[in-house]
Design a protein. Structure first.
Length: 316
């Protein structure tokens, strides 16, 4: 009996020692993490932390938007969840204590209580953010990639209509005045002489096709973010960014659809190329949502970080 008791006591002491060691090991790392957090965190506290928006990585800023977002989420959760929780708790305690539904609700509630919010956040990060391949703050929104609505047929139709319209303006000028036009523009417009009336009217009707495509796209979207131009910069002496009369509208392929569809759009600086030249970002909204587009642009400008000085003229 004493031998059995001694063996059990030895095993108990070993188990207690291993449990204590594991606890100390885990607490040690926790203390190190909390120590580093407090040491570096207190030194970084300032008034700006609570009054400025969160910047891109590497830029100065604060935590105003996550603080405000947390408060908003908490208030909404209390407003929505409290009545439902009271009603559900009353039903399960007074009327459905042994119902199958009560068992399911309690099981789900236990799961939600046992799942830390950081685990839920990591799950959403893996599902939505990581596949994008870059830093992305999904501030209550879902970002999805969409194809452009402008087709080759639409772009050619606009080209035909505006060629004919410009050639008509040239015909109103006397030959000496017509000869003063930029050769690039004259060469582009002159091709209208090979178009039929049907070609011109079909080109005009493309506007309606673009408007219909835009309406279909924004049935599922609130806002669209795109480049302003496929060409970041071009030589000042060129007549157009691509400088090809046979491709006069390729450089406006991101912007011309919204001119034709009457969707509000705004262009702002989104970053810089390798030489420091600004790169335009376009934000497009639904028709008549001008204020929403302006608000999105203001938010973007608040998050993009410090701006560089605009390029000056070349030094002589």
């Amino acid at each position: 009996m004493n031998r059995l008791y001694s063996a059990r006591r030895l095993r108990n002491q070993i188990a207690m020692a291993l449990s204590l060691a594991a606890t100390l090991f885990g607490l040690g790392w926790l203390v190190l993490i909390l120590g580093a957090l407090l040491w570096q965190g207190f030194s970084g506290l300032s008034f700006a932390v609570f009054t400025e928006m969160t910047p891109p990585p590497g830029s100065a800023g604060g935590l105003l938007n996550p603080i405000a977002g947390s408060l908003i989420l908490t208030v909404l959760a209390v407003i929505i969840g409290t009545p439902i929780g009271i009603l559900a708790g009353t039903y399960m305690a007074e009327y459905g204590r042994y119902d199958r539904l009560t068992t399911v609700v309690r099981f789900i509630n236990d799961i939600l209580l046992s799942a830390p919010s950081i685990v839920v956040g990591l799950f959403i990060y893996e599902v939505m953010v990581a596949p994008m391949g870059h830093f992305s703050g999904l501030a209550g929104a879902v970002v999805t990639e969409v194809r452009g609505i402008l087709t080759r047929q639409m772009l050619d139709g606009l080209d035909n209509f505006w060629r004919a319209r410009m050639w008509n303006e040239f015909l109103k000028l006397p030959p000496p005045e017509r000869g003063k036009a930029l050769p690039y523009i004259y060469q582009w417009a002159e091709k209208a002489t090979k178009l039929s009336g049907v070609d011109v009217f079909r080109g005009f009707d493309v506007t309606l096709d673009i408007r219909a495509a835009a309406a279909k796209l924004f049935a599922d979207l609130d806002y669209l973010i795109s480049p302003v131009s496929p060409v970041v910069n071009f030589a000042a002496e060129l007549a157009s960014p691509i400088h090809d009369p046979e491709k006069p509208f390729e450089h406006i392929c991101f912007t011309v659809p919204w001119n034709m569809s009457e969707n509000p759009a705004i262009s702002i600086n989104g970053g810089y190329d390798a030489t420091g030249f600004p790169i335009g970002v376009q934000i497009v909204g639904r028709r008549f949502d001008d204020l929403g587009v302006l608000a999105m642009a203001k938010t973007f400008e608040g998050l993009r970080g410090t701006q560089r000085p605009w390029p000056g003229p070349p030094k002589k």
